[in-house]
Write a protein that binds this ligand. Structure first.
Ligand code: PEP
Length: 252
């Protein structure tokens, strides 16, 4: 099995405009210029994707969109196509974030369309999945994860998975300050990898990166990254502070 390269991703959500976003991007770039054993990604709002990509040119930081449409163009008001993301300097997209699912009602089927569209245009695609607190308390965590994974990845081939990253983000841990324990996170990641074996095959499952997301901070990143099936992190709040995000990127 080839070693999975760690990926630390920062989701800026609906924060930052051009000046503070470019400053943040440059500060993040300074904290990771020496690292070769891990990848770093930032996902600014669409409105500053191009400026952020511009200031990060020459760095190895991957610039991602926070969502993406399946189509190249069309009468799809409010949507951004994979081609537009690429023209703005982005090469990746986050899809299926729980805020998209819960606040904007995005379904697994819609999310699968987005995943397939992003892949068709060659974007690195981060598919987010995760259970709510109620689902965890009802003992439904594994059912929810398996279902979101199977539906989100529907009709993909093993070869497609080379450009897919899964982010396990328990909804109850996002922006709440509550992190899944390292044991809870590892258990979910191992389960997800097992489902990937069922959908595809062992080699695909072993090569797919699975990120943990949910209140990742400098205080918990080291123990999370020490888990065998945790290959990186998707960071929200702490990604808006270059010092905190820098420490997360430089996990030990
Ligand atoms: C997220 O937005 O994906 C996230 C994990 O947020 P936070 O780190 O703030 O919990």
């Amino acid at each position: 099995m080839g070693k999975r390269k760690a990926l630390i991703a920062g989701n800026w959500k609906m924060y930052t405009t051009v000046v503070d976003g470019c400053r943040l991007a440059l500060d993040v770039a300074k904290t990771c210029s020496e690292l070769t054993d891990r990848e770093v990604l930032v996902a600014p709002p669409f409105t500053i994707l191009s400026e952020v990509a511009h200031v990060l040119k020459g760095s190895k930081i991957i610039v991602a969109a926070q969502n993406v449409c399946w189509a190249e163009k069309g009468a799809l008001t409010g949507e951004i196509s994979p081609v537009m993301v690429q023209a703005a300097g982005g090469s990746a997209a986050i899809v299926g974030h729980s805020e998209r699912r819960q606040i904007f009602g995005e379904t697994d089927e819609l999310i699968n369309n987005r995943v397939r569209g992003a892949l068709a245009f060659g974007l690195l695609t981060i598919l987010c999945i995760g259970e709510t607190l109620g689902e965890r308390e009802d003992g439904q965590t594994f059912n929810v994860l398996a279902d979101q994974l199977r539906k989100g990845l529907a009709s993909l081939t093993g070869a497609d998975m080379a450009n897919v990253v899964i982010a396990y983000e328990p909804v109850w841990a996002i922006g709440t300050g509550k992190t899944a324990s390292k044991e809870q996170a590892q258990e979910a990641h191992a389960f997800i990898r097992g489902i990937l074996v069922q959908i595809f095959e062992k080699t695909v499952a072993e090569q797919t990166r699975i990120l943990y997301g949910g209140s990742v901070k400098p205080a918990n990143i080291d123990e999370l990254m020490a888990q065998i099936d945790i290959d990186g992190a998707l960071v929200g709040g702490a990604a808006l502070d270059a010092e905190l995000f820098g420490r997360i990127i430089n996990y030990k």
